[in-house]
Design a protein around this ligand. Structure first.
Ligand SMILES: N[C@@H](CCC(=O)N[C@@H](CS)C(=O)NCC(=O)O)C(=O)O
Length: 216
């Protein structure tokens, strides 16, 4: 059955791979499933046709036959459940990998998103200079225990899993800030994720979209 995902017609990051379709592309590449991409403009995101699939008018979405999903975590989980390669078969190891998926999205990502918003959208506010260090410390408060837990391991819990895929994706947003370099084992962990051939294919695919000449 054909898998179709949505992505920005033109990502605001210009192809750095930070838009969340990259996470879904990466998961599909890891499990070796071909997919099609429907590109959506910012205007079309909020139109009825897209809202019928994504109630919040965002990307990514995932369609497969009559199934339509939104929320990257749910999509990556669905892919990982449906195709081998992203979750261990041992029940306990699988539950732990799923725990890391939730940890990435609900514990580590929120302060990172707050930091990104502070840098991108609030830099001109009179209180920005005072707030930014607080927001950065909230990020460090998550990275410190994560770094301790990872230690010298290659991945968070044994073999690479959907938990690592989401955690690396979440941490990637920090690279330009330099915060990640305060935690060399996390910086190396992210680099290992990026070096995976499946990530490379996903990255190149989104880059091609975001650097192509726009019609008209
Ligand atoms: N929690 C959602 C967040 C989705 C999200 O924020 N998507 C962004 C792109 S990465 C988007 O579509 N932004 C445009 C908008 O919100 O209008 C998920 O993980 O899928």
């Amino acid at each position: 059955m054909t898998i179709t995902i949505t992505a920005f017609e033109r990502s605001p990051d210009g192809g750095k791979g930070l838009a969340r379709d990259t996470r879904v592309r990466w998961a599909l590449e890891e499990v070796g499933q071909p997919y099609q991409v429907r590109l959506v403009s910012f205007g079309a995101l909020k139109e009825p046709a897209h809202l019928a699939i994504h109630p919040f008018g965002q990307i990514p979405t995932y369609e497969e036959g009559e199934l339509a999903l939104f929320e990257t975590g749910a999509i990556v989980f669905h892919i990982a459940e449906r195709y081998p390669g992203l979750l261990p078969s041992d029940a306990k190891a699988r539950a732990r990998a799923i725990t890391w998926m939730f940890a990435a999205l609900s514990t580590v990502e929120p302060p990172i998103l707050e930091f990104v918003s502070a840098k991108l959208f609030e830099a001109d506010k009179p209180w920005a200079r005072e707030r930014l260090p607080l927001v950065m410390d909230r990020v460090r408060a998550r990275l410190t225990p994560l770094s301790v837990r990872l230690g010298d391991a290659e991945w968070l819990d044994g073999a690479f899993s959907a938990g690592d895929l989401l955690m690396v994706s979440v941490l990637l947003r920090l690279r330009a800030s330099g915060i990640l370099d305060e935690f060399p084992n996390l910086a190396a962990y992210v680099a290992r994720g990026e070096a995976r051939p499946a990530y490379q294919r996903a990255f190149e695919a989104q880059l091609a979209v975001n650097t192509r000449p726009m019609p008209g």
